[in-house]
Design a protein around this ligand. Structure first.
Ligand code: PHE
Length: 357
C-alpha cells in the first residue's frame, strides 16, 4: 500500500495539466482503478485482515482524492497566471492614429464664425434647405416677375401635373431664415444662420451647393452704423488682424434698403493674395437695412422696429483665410485634400482658446 501511495502521489505532483490528472484518477480510484480493485479483494480476506486493510485502503483513497483536488486547483491557478502574463493590455498607451478624421474647412469656419457672433449676442437659427418660393422670394420682396428670380439660377422641385401645393425650391440663399426667425421669435432678435444654399452654377468660384451665413438684428434704433461695427469686429476677429479695413459700396437687394456690398482690404503682390494689407478690395458679403415689407412679412411692425441683415459666403471666407484656391475642391471628397486642409477634431474654436491653430 505504501508503494501505491508513493506511486500515485508522485504522479499527481508531476501532472502537467488537467487531462494528465484525469488519467491518473481513472488509473487509481476509477471504477477499475488499482485502489478500487484492491478494495474488492477485501471480501476474500479474513475478518482480522479486513479490519486492518479496510481503513488503510479508505485512507489511501481519501488521500489520493484530496491530492487530485489540490493539484487541480493549483493547475487552474497556474493557467490563469499564464493567461494574465501573456494577455496583458497597457491601457495607458495612446490610441493608434490610423483612420483619424479631420474637420472640413467649411465646418471649421462655421464653428469659428459662430463663436465670434455668439460673443456679440447672436444665437444660431436654422431653416429648411428645401423651402417654398414664398419664403425664398415673395416674403423677401422678390415678386414673381422680379429679375432676381432668374438671376439666382434657382433649382425648382418637380411637381406632378395637378399637384397644387405651393412651389418648392432649393433655397438660393439663407435669407428665408430671416422670415422664419421673425415669425418664430418676434422682435427684438439677433440671429445668425449658417447653412447650405443652391444655385445652378459651376466654375472655379461657383458650385451648385455652397454655404452662406445670414445675420439679422432687429431692435429699436438700429442703424447702418451698428451693421458696420458688427462686421468690422467680425472681420478683425475672424482674420485675426486688428483694424482690418472694410469698404461699403452702395448696392441693391430687394430685401434691404439701403443696401451695401462689403469688401475687405487685400493685396495681390506677386500674385499672392494677402488679407488686411495693400490697396486692393475683395467682395465678401451683401447687407443693408431690412426692408419694411420684409419686416411686415415676418410679422414685425416696421413702424416700431428696424433691423440690419447681411449674407456672407462661408466657403469664400474659408478660401481667403486658409489660402484655398479652388472652391470645387471643397466638395470633391479627395482624402489628400481633406488631410491637407482639414483641422484636428478636438480643437474646438473659441475666442479665448484661439480660433485656429
Ligand atoms: N441673400 C443675399 C445673397 O445671397 C445676401 C444678402 C443677405 C444681402 C442679407 C442683404 C441682406 O446674395
Amino acid at each position: 500500500m505504501d508503494d501505491l501511495k508513493s506511486k500515485y502521489l508522485g504522479q499527481i505532483a508531476d501532472a502537467a495539466d488537467e487531462a494528465a490528472l484525469e488519467t491518473i484518477r481513472v488509473a487509481a480510484v476509477g471504477k477499475k482503478g488499482e485502489v478500487s480493485l484492491k478494495m474488492r479483494e477485501l471480501g476474500k480476506m479474513t475478518p482480522e485482515e479486513r479490519q486492518v486493510a479496510g481503513p488503510a485502503l479508505n485512507a489511501l483513497k481519501d488521500e489520493i482524492n484530496s491530492a487530485l483536488a489540490a493539484k487541480k486547483v493549483a493547475l487552474g491557478d497556474a493557467a490563469l497566471d499564464e493567461r494574465l502574463r501573456t494577455e496583458w493590455l497597457d491601457v495607458t498607451l495612446p490610441g493608434r492614429p490610423r483612420r483619424q478624421g479631420t474637420v472640413h474647412p467649411v465646418s471649421q469656419v462655421t464653428e469659428e464664425l459662430t463663436a465670434i457672433f455668439a460673443e456679440m449676442g447672436f444665437s444660431v437659427a436654422e431653416g429648411p434647405r428645401i423651402d417654398t418660393d414664398w419664403y425664398n422670394f415673395d416674403a423677401l420682396n422678390i415678386p414673381g416677375h422680379h429679375p432676381a428670380r432668374a438671376e439666382m439660377d434657382t433649382f425648382y422641385m418637380h411637381r406632378a401635373a395637378g399637384d397644387n401645393r405651393p412651389p418648392h425650391v432649393l433655397r438660393t440663399h439663407t435669407s428665408p431664415v430671416q422670415i422664419r426667425s421673425m415669425e418664430k421669435m418676434g422682435a427684438p432678435l439677433r440671429i445668425i444662420c449658417p447653412g447650405g444654399v443652391y444655385r445652378a452654377d459651376y466654375d472655379q468660384t461657383h458650385t451648385p451647393m455652397f454655404h452662406q451665413v445670414e445675420g439679422l438684428a432687429v431692435d429699436k434704433d438700429i442703424s447702418m452704423a451698428n451693421l458696420k461695427w458688427v462686421l468690422e469686429e467680425f472681420f478683425a476677429a475672424f482674420f485675426e488682424i486688428d483694424g482690418i479695413k472694410t469698404r461699403f459700396r452702395a448696392s441693391h437687394f430687394p430685401f434691404t434698403e439701403p443696401s451695401a456690398e462689403v469688401d475687405i482690404q487685400c493685396s495681390w503682390e506677386g500674385g499672392q493674395l494677402k488679407i488686411g494689407e495693400g490697396d486692393g478690395w475683395l467682395e465678401v458679403l451683401g447687407s443693408g437695412m431690412v426692408h419694411p415689407k420684409v419686416l411686415a412679412a415676418g410679422g414685425i411692425d416696421p413702424e416700431q422696429w428696424q433691423g440690419f441683415a447681411f449674407g456672407m459666403g462661408i466657403d469664400r471666407i474659408a478660401m481667403l483665410k486658409y489660402g484655398i484656391p479652388d472652391l470645387r475642391a471643397f466638395f470633391d471628397s479627395d482624402l489628400r485634400w481633406l488631410r491637407h486642409y482639414g483641422f484636428a477634431g478636438l480643437d474646438v474654436p473659441t475666442l479665448h482658446g484661439g480660433l485656429s491653430r
